[in-house]
Design a binder for this molecule. Structure first.
Ligand SMILES: [Zn+2]
Length: 126
């Protein structure tokens, strides 16, 4: 049970667990991105809606290099690379994005299962 790889965040697009990736501080729907191609698509769609910025920076959104897009994303969109680690006692995710929480009674980490709400080890209500 303790041998699984633990991740502090979960990609909002692919649902994969992640300890490093991109964070969008302005987005409410998709904030965490694990894969480069996924965040590039997110940056492009955010830019396409900002015609003023495109004009100001003279951007050709679909044809810009990834370096330029990351640069614009960092400086103008609040999207940047971050690393995280699972802190003691915090919830974490496995590689498939399943969330685990520590049971306050038995101390085990147990999978959060929607509409179940009990520790799978001791059946205490979470
Ligand atoms: Zn328990």
């Amino acid at each position: 049970m303790e041998n699984i790889e633990k991740f502090a965040r979960r990609c909002d697009v692919t649902n994969k667990g992640m300890n490093a990736g991109w964070y969008d501080e302005n987005s409410t729907e998709h904030q965490y991105f694990k894969d480069r191609e996924v965040v590039i698509a997110h940056i492009q769609s955010a830019l396409i809606q900002d015609t003023q910025l495109i004009e100001d920076l003279n951007l050709d959104v679909k044809n810009e290099s990834f370096d330029r897009l990351f640069d614009v994303a960092y400086n103008h969109l609040g999207i940047y690379w971050e690393e995280w680690k699972v802190e003691k006692g915090e919830n974490y995710f496995n590689e498939f994005g399943t969330e685990f929480v520590q049971c306050h009674k038995c101390g085990c980490y147990t999978e959060i299962i929607e509409s179940f709400d009990f520790c799978t080890h001791c059946l205490t209500h979470l």
